[in-house]
Design a protein around this ligand. Structure first.
Ligand code: SME
Length: 165
């Protein structure tokens, strides 16, 4: 059984280094992308304070994201590339940090409680496979340290998984 360990929140960069270590241990020896997405979203939701949604959207075709494993309220299933925060992150090929979702044009509200959002693309050999999406009920919940930390978690996830068709 994997036992997650509470991590001190005082130093956020250190928090993400420890969380990255726990994620690597959790995914070790498993390459199934769905199984690993399920456990990654569960670990993130359990360990990161002030989240109301944490999960994956996958790019199975060029123009549309489809929801994958997540923790939180039921979510929109399909998001066209270029729409919402998730589709915009895919279109621009980089992370998007939204301090106030109400000020983001085209934000798709899956849970009315969400106030801020961080979306990180899943990158593998120059390809975007989908996104890791975190929502918070607090405005301005995420900063640059969170972005770098969650990007490192996404990289651990993508490199643990097998992406061969
Ligand atoms: N807010 C996202 C939609 C996904 S949910 O937050 C789970 C967006 O604007 O793309």
């Amino acid at each position: 059984m994997f036992a997650e360990k509470a991590i001190d929140q005082t130093d956020k960069a250190e928090f993400y280094r420890e969380l990255a270590g726990q994620l690597s241990a959790l995914l070790e020896g498993e390459s199934d992308a769905i199984a690993n997405a399920a456990n990654t979203s569960a670990l993130i939701f359990q360990m990161m304070p002030d989240l109301n949604w944490a999960g994956f959207y996958f790019l199975y075709s060029e123009d549309e994201l489809v929801v994958g494993p997540f923790q939180g309220k039921p979510a929109c299933v399909r998001i066209p590339v270029g729409r919402g925060v998730c589709g915009s992150a895919v279109a621009q090929g980089s992370s998007i940090l939204v301090e106030d979702v109400q000020a983001f044009p085209g934000h798709i509200a899956c849970d009315a409680a969400s106030r801020s959002e961080l979306v990180v693309p899943l990158l593998h050999e120059g390809r975007i496979l989908g996104v890791l999406d975190l929502d918070s009920p607090l405005p301005g919940r995420f900063d640059g340290v969170d972005q770098a930390g969650v990007e490192s978690l996404a990289a651990i996830y993508t490199s643990a998984c097998s992406w061969d068709e």
